[in-house]
Design a protein around this ligand. Structure first.
Ligand SMILES: Cc1cc2nc3c(=O)[nH]c(=O)nc-3n(C[C@H](O)[C@H](O)[C@H](O)COP(=O)(O)O)c2cc1C
Length: 207
């Protein structure tokens, strides 16, 4: 069965399209998922700091990194490389160098973003987009993830550890893995992790 969704069309008014029509040509029906299945997956993306030792399959990791590859960047500069770290000792030293990043020492895989330094504030914005995409793609594969940010004083240390060349900086690290039971537990009572939707939304003007 093909689900339908309502897609506003600027020239013809509101039309109903099948989900399949909205997805990439060549994708077969079993691959298409209803939009709300996808948005539910996105809402499930939370910060995880406790992982099982199970490794992440190579094809899963490549699919996640391929999603990262498609992240937009200012003028399409794509000013980054992804360093995949699985070595326990390296992860331990990274976690030691950067405060509040203990989870990268525990996760089986850490995706680190090495980025050109020369950019502007907008590059930070793009880097955030990239990190979030990694987390969403991981969630879609049933993995959990955790964002870690090396503060300014820790950046040269983690950069050196991973052989990041001059002219590039390593700030963002995303841990990936399968959450332990403890790591998967909600961190706050149901309904309290975020403000209500209506408290975020304003129409046309702030006030
Ligand atoms: C820019 C940024 C940097 C972050 N850095 C860290 C970090 O270094 N270590 C960490 O454990 N969590 C880090 N976090 C994760 C936040 O703590 C997390 O997103 C927040 O607590 C919400 O968690 P939840 O999505 O599970 O509710 C960072 C988040 C952002 C947006």
């Amino acid at each position: 069965m093909v689900s339908t969704l309502t897609v506003p069309d600027r020239t013809m008014g509101v039309q109903r399209h099948t989900v399949r029509e909205r997805y990439t040509p060549g994708m077969n029906e079993s691959e298409a998922c209803p939009p709300t299945t996808f948005t539910r997956t996105m809402r499930r993306v939370r910060q995880t700091r406790d992982y099982r030792a199970d490794s992440v399959p190579e094809d899963v990791l490549r699919d996640i990194l391929d999603v990262a590859r498609w992240t937009g960047s200012v003028s399409n500069t794509q000013p980054w490389s992804f360093i995949v770290v699985t070595d326990s000792e390296t992860k331990r030293q990274m976690a030691e160098a950067a405060p509040y990043t203990a989870h990268i020492g525990i996760a089986p895989v850490v995706v680190c973003v090495a980025r050109e330094v020369k950019g502007t504030e907008i590059d930070n914005f793009d880097e955030g987009r990239l990190a979030e995409r990694v987390m969403i793609a991981a969630e879609a594969h049933g993995l959990s993830s955790g964002l870690a940010r090396a503060r300014e004083e820790a950046q040269p240390i983690v950069g050196r550890l991973l052989g990041v060349p001059d002219g590039m900086v390593l700030r963002t690290m995303v841990s990936l893995g399968y959450a332990t039971e403890e790591g998967a537990k909600p961190k706050s009572p149901r309904g309290e992790a975020r403000r209500s939707l209506d408290s975020f939304i304003r129409h046309e003007r702030y006030g």
